[in-house]
Design a protein around this ligand. Structure first.
Ligand SMILES: [Zn+2]
Length: 302
């Protein structure tokens, strides 16, 4: 089926609960699609080339099986690669569904080292492990650039750029129309540096792994807005420090009215403030020494 939007009703079973949810396919360009369920808030991307399909982000087996069905409604070409964005279970599970179809699973070594030590029933270890700052996947007429931009969130966080189509897939580090999910595992300094690097990339459309907008498709604007939010948050905290407001009072007194329409403004603003204040006081974390340098070349192991 090649209609612009496919609506598929899928029954999701989560442990003892059964939830009926609507999953959807968005056509992003001639050969690029996003698959996801706005009710569950997770979105993948897939690219149809003349030699097969590349999937980005498996999420879990339930999501992956349903996505595979949606792919088969569009093309009878096989899935050749599954590309994973980072280590976290809520993104990296479900790979088995595509491996059983003959696809190779690809992830950055930083993510794979974590996966080896943190097993899960629905997690399989990738087949292609790459290191360094960039790796290109070429399938048929399509090039997909895998960019590792540093320790912004989780481990091995990879952003995917289709240079010809000018489309990028961004997991977790930008979620439009929502406050920051800053409860854990975000390094603000690296995060800001990464967003500035993304702003310099040549793309027009983005697909976000999570979005509180009407669709997962956005543009560079949301990348800029996320960076501005982080900067505004820090500026307001510094203003409170300057006024002499107590450290412990700031999370409940600081307001950012410019962002009050964003989801979870009330609920998460104090959490965002705490997270930023801790890193301003203690220094950036999580952090560890890493061999990443400009000279580091991409290396594969399979
Ligand atoms: Zn994550």
């Amino acid at each position: 089926m090649k209609c612009l939007t496919l609506l598929i009703v899928i029954i999701f079973s989560f442990m003892t609960n059964t939830v009926i949810a609507e999953a959807q396919v968005w056509k992003v360009s001639d050969n690029v699609y996003s698959y996801g369920n706005p009710n569950l808030g997770y979105f993948s991307m897939f690219v149809v080339t003349n030699e097969g399909v590349v999937v980005i982000e498996s999420i879990n087996s339930v999501h992956s099986k349903a996505m595979l069905g949606a792919i088969k409604n569009i093309t009878n070409k096989p899935v050749r690669y599954l590309l994973q964005s980072h280590n976290h279970w809520d993104h990296s599970k479900g790979g088995k569904v595509f491996r059983e179809q003959g696809a190779k699973i690809v992830a950055h070594s930083e993510a794979v080292e974590w996966m080896k030590e943190n097993s899960h029933d629905d997690l399989v270890l990738p087949d292609v492990v790459w290191s360094g700052k960039q790796k290109n996947i070429v399938l048929g007429d399509t090039v997909i650039e895998l960019h590792y931009l540093g320790m912004n969130h989780g481990l091995g966080m990879t952003t995917f750029l289709l240079p010809k189509e000018k489309i990028v897939y961004i997991a977790d580090i930008v979620t439009p129309n929502r406050l920051l999910f800053s409860i854990a595992d975000f390094n603000f300094r690296e995060w800001t540096r990464t967003l500035i690097a993304l702003e310099k990339m040549d793309f027009q459309k983005t697909i976000f792994s999570h979005s509180h907008a009407k669709s997962p498709i956005g543009s560079k604007l949301e990348v800029i807005q996320t960076r501005e939010f982080i900067e505004d948050l820090q500026k307001e905290i510094i203003a409170e420090f300057t006024k002499g407001t107590s450290f412990y009072a700031i999370p409940n007194t600081l307001k950012l009215p410019k962002y009050e329409k964003w989801d979870f403004y009330k609920e998460w603003l104090p959490i965002n403030v705490w997270a930023m204040m801790f890193q301003m006081e203690m220094g950036s974390f999580p952090w560890r020494s890493t061999p990443m340098t400009d000279e580091t070349k991409s290396k594969d192991s399979q």
